[in-house]
Design a protein around this ligand. Structure first.
Ligand code: PLP
Length: 380
């Protein structure tokens, strides 16, 4: 039976059609050019050798994985002092963002995040049929007052990436706690701490304690960044039993692969490898910030493993032109137009070779000599 008003073919829900697909960081430059991929916040030191070994040993591809990721949850629990029963593992934290949104928000509900908040929040919200609400930021920092002012009776979830991607900025633990205190108890605060390991500021918290003690807080983490397992797609969520239960009910029964479980289990125990990645970042993040600032570029101060760099609005020096110039030299950065930042590029801290090439290329682009050698010396 067909009615006159029914469409002639299947049509996705309106929210789905409003989604601009997430554009991943580019991975290829011109033919024959050596590529330095600085577009996806991946680690320049690669995964732990122990994780690689565990990955290779997990090659019985005909068997389904453990659908509960038990060993991995136990390893995370042991490493962070958390109850494994309150952890859910996912196909990257992206999947957990989506599942949390689907479980707690739907048509008529609002999901709130800040102006330059990670784009997947918008995609997940629209996919759930809910309405995205954006609170303005202050100087590229999430603004708790603005977030609280944007809460309505329809708000169901507030996403806060801390530090945020693509800005690289963070807000102090006391601000996050103030946000939690200001939210009605039925509004879920999802703290996305994808880059937490890189941050060492005394006033920073990844959210473990809040997720431990508050019935409306979850923390999201990933193995894609400092652990160098982006290709395997493993993330985890820690939170109250009710949230864990809801996400477990709607996730795929075998959502994390066996090689992913094995490699991540080994990675979480290799603290020396994480420390080496932090040490590398501690040398090169300030070095890049200093060098690019000396070139006259405006760099948003970052606590993560990437930088947001703002280009002049002058013909010949724009972000778009810089991107094309760098691309020809194999240096692939991330355009952030989709975040409403067409005048900026985001770059990931790379190997020493990539970082130095980038500064040389940008000095050529800006028409200046490379700045005098600053503090970095030899990279970790
Ligand atoms: C803030 C933030 N959250 C979550 C993710 C998703 O990471 P994954 O799905 O690889 O775990 C990213 C990746 O870029 C991110 O920047």
């Amino acid at each position: 039976m067909s009615s006159a008003s029914a469409p002639s073919r299947p049509v996705p829900r309106p929210g789905v059609q409003a989604i601009e697909a997430y554009v991943p960081g580019k991975a290829e430059a011109g033919a024959g050019v050596k590529v330095y991929k600085l577009s996806a916040n991946e680690t320049p030191i690669g995964p732990s050798p122990k994780a690689m070994e565990a990955f290779r040993a997990a090659a019985a591809l005909e068997f389904y994985p453990d659908g509960s990721s038990t060993k991995l949850r136990e390893a995370i629990g042991a490493a962070y002092g958390l109850d494994p029963a309150r952890i859910v593992c996912g196909t990257g934290s992206d999947e957990l963002i989506t599942l949390t949104t689907l479980a707690f928000a739907g048509p008529g509900d609002e999901v709130l995040y800040s102006q330059y908040g990670f784009l997947v929040y918008r995609i997940a919200t629209l996919a759930a049929g809910a309405t995205p609400v954006v609170a303005p930021e202050k100087d590229y920092h999430s603004d708790v007052d603005a977030l609280l002012a944007a809460v309505s009776e329809r708000t169901r979830i507030v996403f806060l990436a801390n530090p945020n991607n693509p800005t690289g900025t963070y807000i102090p633990a006391e601000e996050v706690r103030r946000l939690q205190r200001g939210l009605p108890p039925h509004v879920l605060l999802a703290l996305d701490s994808a880059y937490a390991e890189y941050v060492h500021r005394e006033d920073y918290e990844a959210g473990t304690e809040l997720a431990e003690s508050c019935a409306n807080v979850v923390m999201l983490r990933t193995f894609s960044k400092i652990h160098g397992l982006a290709s395997l797609r493993v993330g985890w969520l820690y939170g109250p039993a009710e949230v864990v239960d809801a996400v477990n009910r709607i996730r795929g029964a075998f959502n994390v692969s066996a090689p992913g479980i094995a490699a991540a289990t080994a990675a979480v125990g290799d603290t020396a490898h994480v420390e080496a990645a932090v040490a590398h970042n501690d040398v090169w993040l300030p070095w890049l910030t200093e060098q690019l600032t000396a070139l006259g570029l405006d760099v948003t101060p970052s606590v993560a493993n990437f930088l947001l760099v703002h280009f002049p609005d002058e013909p010949g020096r724009t972000a778009r032109e810089a991107d094309a110039f760098l691309m020809q030299r194999g240096l692939i950065l991330r355009r952030v137009d989709a975040y409403g930042l067409p005048g900026a590029l985001r770059l990931t801290v790379g190997t020493e070779e990539a970082n130095r090439l980038l500064v040389d290329a940008l000095s050529a682009f800006m028409g200046r000599n490379a700045p005098a050698e600053a503090s970095a010396g030899h990279g970790a």
